[in-house]
Ligand binder design. Structure first.
Ligand code: PGA
Length: 365
């Protein structure tokens, strides 16, 4: 078998974009050149790696497997280069990071400043949920990962660089906005929109309700923070998400954070990599930059984090399991008038499937 690194690189790039055109742009190649690399790889492996449906391409099952191996091989080559040459300081080099879906609200800002300092650095950024991040750490396919809490079952070196309060979000005209110090048990009468299985936010939310003995009624399952925010605005239920994800909506008065006891669920953002991993100078510089500067950079930007605080000292272990981890960090609630408009979400038939038929919510446990 004759598989080349170029083929693997073309393949992972197409797999990341699910587009030959965009992969060709990123690789500075023509689209036919990229297609040729993929064809050659497929013929070497004797398997189709992509399939086309309509105008879109998808990874086949074999494609998913090959992607894992290919990323791991390419990462090892990067590690090897970094280890052998220690590259030439920080002028060049590749930084490959993966961030939790929710972290994409602030990661680009941090990267843009890092780029200004080290313009020769090439960054590969992957945005995915916690479960995939854990498997990327396990398979050593990236330099480092940013997510909400280190995994328990993998040996990682991690450092918390910023607080990550998870807040309860409601439509701006929800009756809760008229109340203060609302008991947690009142949430049993509400429907919650949840992220997909594998999301760190969802896990934290479920743990929080379980710790407080609250029965959560789940409405629709939605795999994007953006769609959850829109659904909450539309009155389909309440949500819980990182405050980093809702800054805009709070500023525009589209959503509010009701004053419910025990909120926010206090977590932290961590940067981490496999224990013993040899970081390139660029990766080391990025890690140091996150740990030392990220919180103050982001907290200075009112559009990103209006009132979050930087971490003063090394924080304690993730505090999401502490029932009384609430902090006085809630941003001012939008002064939206509370009218009679709010209609509580009906847990029945809030979601329709691709066939147009309603999908009922998960049964109440
Ligand atoms: P998520 O992760 O985007 O998968 O919910 C956030 C986190 O790790 O806390």
């Amino acid at each position: 078998m004759h598989v080349t690194l170029r083929q693997l690189e073309a393949f992972v790039t197409v797999a990341r974009h699910l587009s030959f055109t965009r992969a060709a742009e990123e690789l500075n190649l023509t689209q036919p050149a990229v297609s040729m690399q993929i064809k050659q790889l497929e013929s070497q492996l004797g398997q189709a790696l992509f399939e086309q449906m309509g105008k879109k391409i998808y990874l086949t099952e074999a494609g998913h497997d090959v992607r894992q191996y290919a990323r791991s091989i390419l990462q090892q080559v990067d590690d090897m280069k970094a280890g052998l040459e220690n590259l030439s300081g920080l002028e060049r080099g590749t930084l490959s990071i993966s961030v939790a879906t929710t972290a994409h609200y602030f990661a680009p800002k941090l990267l843009s400043i890092f780029y200004e300092r080290y313009p020769g650095v090439n960054v590969k950024l992957d945005v995915t949920n916690r479960e995939s991040l854990v498997s990327q750490l396990e398979n050593n396919t990236v330099d480092m990962v940013i997510m909400g809490r280190p995994p328990e079952d993998i040996d990682v070196e991690s450092g918390a660089f910023m607080e990550n309060p998870l807040v309860l979000i409601a439509p701006a005209d929800h009756p809760f906005t008229r109340e203060k110090s609302i008991q947690l048990t009142r949430l049993e009468n509400e429907v919650f929109l949840v992220r997909e299985e594998g999301s760190g936010t969802r896990k934290a939310m479920e743990m929080f309700f379980a710790q407080h003995g609250i029965q959560m009624t789940t409405g629709m399952e939605v795999s994007s923070d953006e769609a959850i925010k829109r659904s909450v605005q539309a009155g389909l239920g309440l949500g819980i998400m990182s405050r980093d994800a809702v800054q805009n909506e709070l500023q525009l008065g589209l959503l509010c954070i009701p004053d419910v006891l025990h909120f926010p669920i206090m977590r932290h953002w961590y940067v981490m990599h496999r224990k013993g991993k040899r970081l390139s100078p660029v990766a080391q510089a990025f890690k140091g930059y996150l740990l030392e500067e990220a919180a103050s950079i982001l907290n200075k930007d009112p559009n990103l984090r209006r009132s979050a605080k930087p971490l003063d000292t090394t924080p304690p272990a993730d505090a999401s399991s502490l029932p009384d981890a609430s902090s006085p960090m809630d941003p001012p609630r939008p002064e939206s008038p509370v009218g009679e408009k709010y209609v509580p979400a009906k847990p029945k038939y809030v979601l329709t499937g691709p066939d147009g038929n309603p999908i009922p919510p998960a049964p109440r446990k």
